[in-house]
Structure formats: C-alpha cells, structure tokens
Design a protein around this ligand. Structure first.
Ligand code: 5RP
Length: 213
C-alpha cells in the first residue's frame, strides 16, 4: 500500500467530483497509481456515465469494479483524463510508458477536455531523461528505429518478453538529453515505424497532483 499514490488518487477524485454529472465520461490511464484511482472512482460510479480506458489492464479493473467502459470511438466528449507518470518536470512535461501503454494514453489524454496527472514525489525531476524513454515500434521496424535513435544520441534497449496491447514492441531509450521535450517528442515520432514515444510535452497535463505520504 502506497499512501502517497492513494492520497493523490483521493485528491483527484475530490477535484473531479464537482465537475462530473450523470452523463460524464472519465478518461482513465494505466499503472499502479491509477489502480488506486480506479478503486476510488468505483466508489462514486453512480455519479457518472462511464470511462474510456487507456489499456486492457485498466479496462479489466474498471469492469471488475462495475464501471462501464466505452470505446473512444463511441463517445463524443471525455470530461477529464486522469493518469500517472514516470517523470514530471516543473513545466508539467512528462515521461510515461513505464507500463508500455503510452500510445493509447496519449490518444485518450488528447481527446479529453482536461488532463490531471497523479504522482508521488519520487516522480518529480528537474530535467526529464533519467527514466529510459519508452518508444513503441512496429516489430518489423525495430532495428531501423533503433539505429535512427542511436543517431540522435540515445541507447535503445528492447523491452524483453513484452508486447503492447496493440501487439507492438517497446524500445527503452537511455542516455537522451531531453533539454527540449516538445522537439524531441516530435523528432522521434517522425521516424517511420514509431507509433509514439513516452514524452508528453505537446499534450501535457493542466494539473499535477503530488500525493502526500
Ligand atoms: C503506463 C504509464 C504509467 O502512468 C507510469 O508508468 C506510472 O506508473 P506507476 O503509477 O505504476 O508508477 O505511463 O504506461
């Protein structure tokens, strides 16, 4: 049990409570912090319509706790998206994808009216990049993408025994100097074969809640 993750989740529920009504759809991220959030969200499930989930794992937990899960294609509006992060800098730029779900997470975050990030204070950093940057790649493009990443100074490592929910692979990239998160996010995503990378700079949270221990 992590008190700070639980406390961040409780604070997020308090924050969104006043905004939601019976027609509201809530976007839900992925990870151990979000699992606490899902538990808290299920306690108020009678006050909103349902959720759009960013991963199969979150979908399973939401449904187990009685929260209806909708496909992104089937909803017109997501009121708020709540998700964790692996690193957060002072400008709210993030590294995500420790759980390998960042591609769908970024889509649901982008489709939402507001993005609220919930973290414990171990995730706060001065400059992003100590956490290896996850890059989701089509399996057939993996070696090419890895060579292109080396050219921009990164050291890619294939995440072993892991496939994303979409059936792709993840390269975890060390040694990147992420001085301009927005530019690097775009640069890596321009490599053919990359689905998305875990920098959230062009789609960053409006609010970051740091859970107290
Ligand atoms: C999954 C993510 C998670 O939000 C991130 O890895 C943080 O996870 P946790 O809350 O377990 O520390 O991006 O793809």
């Amino acid at each position: 049990m992590s008190n700070s993750k639980l406390n961040a989740s409780i604070e997020a529920i308090e924050y969104i409570k006043s905004k939601i009504d019976i027609n509201s759809i809530i976007g839900v991220g992925t990870g151990s912090t979000v699992n606490y959030f899902i538990e808290e969200l299920a306690k108020i499930k009678h006050t909103f319509k349902g959720a759009v989930s960013s991963s199969d794992a979150s979908t399973q937990l939401l449904e187990k706790l009685g929260v209806e899960v909708f496909e992104l294609n089937d909803v017109n509006e997501i009121l708020v998206y709540v998700d964790g992060a692996d690193e957060v800098d002072a400008d709210h730029h993030l590294i995500k994808g420790g759980g390998g779900a960042h591609t769908r997470e970024k889509i649901v975050a982008s489709a939402s009216n507001e993005f609220v990030c919930i973290v414990d204070n171990s995730k706060l950093v001065h400059i992003l990049g100590n956490f290896p940057l996850p890059v989701e790649v089509l399996i057939k493009s993996r070696s090419y993408v890895a060579r292109e990443i080396v050219k921009i100074g990164g050291t890619p490592e294939l995440r072993k025994d892991f496939l994303t929910d979409q059936g792709n692979q993840i390269l975890d990239v060390k040694d990147l100097k992420i001085e301009n998160p927005s530019l690097l996010e775009q640069r890596i995503n321009l490599i053919p074969g990359v689905l998305d990378n875990g920098i959230f700079a062009n789609c960053k949270p409006q609010k970051v809640i740091v859970g107290k221990d």
